[in-house]
Design a protein around this ligand. Structure first.
Ligand code: GAL
Length: 376
């Protein structure tokens, strides 16, 4: 594939590699619109502002690109697929030289990505893989299967069965423990990696009877949550409780793939009469959103998975700049992410488990959130 190359952009790419990212965290700017230097325009398409993490991501990508001298068109589509398609079309019309895309539904952008390819615009999939197309050049994400493993390990740790890395604890309780399972949105390839990664860890405990899924809903199709919507998760858990736990038995753990879903789960449990400190279940999560970190501190949520959006932004921005300049793009995984047409060269970052004990070291000491953000 031929990408445009300008000296200015090449210098800017070098500058980006030398500079540490300064975006992200609680104090980043609000983002949106265009800005930056004269190194050319890069389009950044984000799914929604309704989840805090994408605001962090968008701000951090914009800051990294602007620092390298590029102009940025950052758009959010409020989880509306046609809006995202037309936002990307507009970016191409405006002359974007590269695209960084976090999709709503990874399968819905094939036509607009063909338009990008026809204009020789490199495309970076941001955190969510772009599916069913050859017109995605690179993928910046985290080790999503490990995220799923880590989510399951946090549940086992909260139940006293294993360490946080999954190592069994001697003399652990025998159970049985009741667990219910939630997955993300089936139009997001990540949902499969998280759920399968978690189930690889949980299945042996289900098979030997230590964990019991009373609802019987163990398939990803049954556990799925369209658009990762917390309210949908809340009503599904309410139905599960009514159908399976009205005999007074308790849920001991809930697998949640994302903090917004965890908040819905907490709502359903609270409405059903559960209270923290009195057989409150162990609940997992992901993204280290402020409200959920506060919920970890208050004991409502046991854990989250922290994925440093500042690092992801730096990787994606570096990929876009290198690709549009025809430079070598650094990847560390060339076999895991098959989008049904090709295996997309990827750079995977490491996710970090966060429980009450390491909130400060993982999130405050790293500058991701301030003590004030977390009410500390
Ligand atoms: C996934 C992402 C998760 C979470 C979820 C809901 O694609 O990897 O970290 O943010 O979307 O937004």
């Amino acid at each position: 594939m031929k990408f445009k190359k300008t000296m200015l952009a090449a210098v800017a790419a070098g500058a980006l590699l030398l500079s540490a990212c300064s975006g992200g965290g609680g104090g980043a700017s609000t983002g949106g619109g265009e800005g930056g230097g004269d190194g050319g325009l890069i389009g950044v398409a984000m799914p929604t502002k309704s989840s805090e993490r994408w605001i962090q991501d968008g701000n951090a990508v914009k800051a990294a690109l602007e620092e390298a001298g590029y102009q940025v068109d950052l758009q959010y589509a409020e989880d509306d697929i046609p809006t995202q398609v037309s936002q990307i079309e507009n970016m191409i019309t405006k002359g974007a030289e590269a695209l960084i895309v976090a999709s709503i539904d990874g399968t819905t952008l094939t036509e607009v990505l063909q338009t990008a390819a026809d204009s020789e615009i490199p495309v970076i999939a941001y955190d969510r893989l772009l599916m069913d197309t050859e017109n995605v050049d690179y993928y910046a994400t985290f080790d999503n299967e490990l995220v799923g493993n880590q989510q399951a390990w946090t549940l086992l740790n909260g139940l006293g069965l294993t360490e946080l890395d999954g190592t069994p604890i001697d003399g652990a309780p025998e159970g049985p423990f009741n667990i219910e399972l939630f997955a993300g949105s089936l139009d997001d390839n990540n949902a499969f990696f998280f759920f399968n990664g978690a189930m690889d860890v949980l299945n042996p405990y289900i098979e030997d009877g230590t964990l019991v899924v009373k609802s019987g809903q163990t398939d990803i199709e049954q556990a799925a949550t369209l658009r990762w919507d917390g309210e949908e998760a809340q009503s599904r858990l309410e139905n599960i409780i009514t159908a399976n736990y009205s005999d007074g038995t308790k849920i001991n753990a809930v697998l949640s793939p994302y903090d917004g879903i965890s908040r819905g789960i907490i709502g359903a449990l609270t409405d059903a009469g559960y209270s923290v400190g009195d057989e409150w279940p162990i609940i997992s999560g992901q993204d280290a959103e402020v409200d959920s970190v506060k919920a970890i501190l208050s004991g409502e949520q046991f854990a989250t998975i922290f994925k440093d959006t500042r690092e992801l932004a730096k990787v994606a921005a570096g990929m876009a700049i290198a690709a549009l300049n025809g430079d070598t793009v650094e990847v560390n995984d060339e076999e895991t992410y098959d989008n049904n047409v090709k295996t997309v060269p990827s750079y995977l970052l490491a996710p970090v488990q966060v429980v009450k004990d390491n909130v400060e070291s993982a999130l405050v000491d790293t500058g991701y959130w301030t003590k004030a953000d977390l009410g500390l």
